[in-house]
Ligand binder design. Structure first.
Ligand code: HAM
Length: 436
């Protein structure tokens, strides 16, 4: 048996690579349209960048080791600490708001399950240096713009949003103390994945009384922001949180994405650094794990010594998104891989085939020819398997026939122009005729 890739790691044969490129292209196009610029960082970082900032769940999944110089290092499990480190290092020099995106490959030693691998590519889109809710709305609109770009609609994808500040306030009102909050967040994060008695037990262990536990579950039942707001109408401490969320939804409407979004207090996000509005994207039928997740993390840059720079962003992985696109038949058929296959008929020399192929390649066309002598009929079969749009059959130094493989249409051509001309752009018949 030939050796295989490690569990949770993928080989990208050309078909899978084409699918990956399709996703990356949509990510890049929409990111650029929303005025984000691309950055990158190293795949290996100092271990303590994650142990201090990411939270226990990710830390437990690190690929960490000691390098030959005795440093404790880890393969990046997420991009946000690297981004925060990079921005903190140049905090004063960067024009604010910083609008950056990146498509890193990330590594987490996850338990094997559907939609979760041990490596994945993750689009990261972040805004740094803007505290206002306009930035939160802009961020979610960009995430949903990517869904549209890939052919998904509001019937396929839901954005579930919440605000950690509001949930904090509600939990404190319910009787949760500030040292119990992180544990309660952990429980809320598991609401859909673990049975209620297990969660109740965890809350009891954290020191929540039966009454507090009952109140927590009561609050989490609200799925309508207006109803929640009228229930807690008189509570002054929550007023700002409610009005911020109301503006957020108004802005999402103006940005054309309100219909994709639902309010859901159970979205808290597993990572430790979030401080404000948070969101996750899911397929609307609830068949898959999260497509994307993110939110506001206003304190992270300061924690890395970069001063007080509010920040927000999201990560969108290629694994669940790819599964969803394949299920909805939204992965494109592979386009023609070649513009021309250059075939020598009997009597054509090897060198004329090469000269013609070179002239076509100088015109930026994708061209292949056989690397060993073959009968013409065999060459035409190979051209079709190679995904060529056309075969250029060379008869001698001067004459050739172009055969379109889709319908067999043939046309005789002379080679003099092709071999002499420099290929002056769109007026060159070899380039313009290339459109099928
Ligand atoms: P995250 O929720 O851990 O957030 O990951 C974001 C997305 O990446 C998930 O919704 C999922 O699509 C994908 N993903 C995560 N882990 C895996 C895995 N093991 N296999 C396949 N896909 C996976 C973060 O990483 C934050 N740093 C995002 C962020 C950026 N927040 C602010 N800026």
């Amino acid at each position: 048996m030939p050796p295989s890739a490690l569990p949770g790691f993928r080989d990208f044969y050309p078909a899978e690579c084409a699918e990956r490129s399709h996703i990356f292209q949509a990510w890049r196009e929409v990111a650029l349209r929303f005025a984000f610029t691309e950055y990158d960082g190293p795949p290996l970082e100092s271990l303590d960048l994650y142990t201090k900032k990411s939270g226990d769940e990710i830390v437990g999944q690190l690929y960490a080791f000691e390098d030959k110089g005795g440093r404790h290092v880890a393969l990046r499990p997420e991009m946000t600490p690297t981004l925060a480190r990079m921005v903190a290092a140049r905090a004063n020099a960067l024009r604010k708001p910083v609008r950056w995106f990146s498509i890193p490959q990330l590594f987490r030693y996850e338990r094997q399950q559907r939609g979760r691998l041990r490596e994945h590519f993750q689009l990261n889109l972040d805004i740094l240096g803007e505290a206002g809710v306009t930035a939160d709305a802009e961020l979610l609109a960009a995430a949903l713009g990517m869904m549209s770009e890939l052919g998904l609609t509001k019937d396929d994808v839901r954005a579930r949003v919440s605000d950690r500040r509001l949930l904090n306030g509600l939990l404190v009102l319910a009787g949760v103390s500030s040292d119990q909050l992180p544990l309660v967040y952990g429980v809320v994060d598991k609401l859909e994945r673990e049975p209620r008695p297990v969660l109740e037990e965890k809350l009891a262990k954290a020191g929540c009384s039966d009454l507090v536990v009952a109140r927590i579950f009561e609050v989490l039942k609200f799925t309508d922001l207006d109803m929640l707001r009228s229930e807690f109408h008189g509570v002054a401490a929550l007023r700002d949180d409610f009005s911020r969320l109301a503006s957020y939804f108004e802005m999402l409407d103006a940005l054309g994405v309100r219909d994709w979004v639902v309010f859901d207090l159970s979205i808290v996000r597993g990572l430790a650094y979030y401080t404000g509005i948070v969101f996750e994207l899911f397929d609307a039928r609830g068949e898959f794990r999260a497509i994307a997740g993110g939110g506001r993390y206003d304190n992270l840059i300061a924690q890395l010594g970069g001063g007080d720079i509010p920040a927000l962003g999201f990560g969108m992985g290629d694994v669940v998104l790819g599964e969803l696109l394949r299920t909805r038949k939204l992965m494109p058929r592979q386009a023609d891989a070649l513009d021309y296959w250059v075939a020598g008929a009997e009597g054509a020399s090897d060198t004329i085939v090469m000269r013609v192929a070179t002239a076509l390649r100088r015109r930026k066309l994708r061209v292949e020819y056989p690397l060993r002598e073959q009968k013409l009929s065999k060459q035409i079969k190979t051209a079709a398997t190679a995904g060529a749009a056309k075969v250029l059959i060379i008869h001698d130094d001067r004459t050739a026939t172009i055969r379109r493989l889709a319908d067999g249409h043939e046309e005789s051509v002379g080679l003099a122009d092709l071999l002499d001309g420099a290929g002056d752009g769109a007026r060159d018949p070899w380039v313009s005729a290339n459109a099928p």
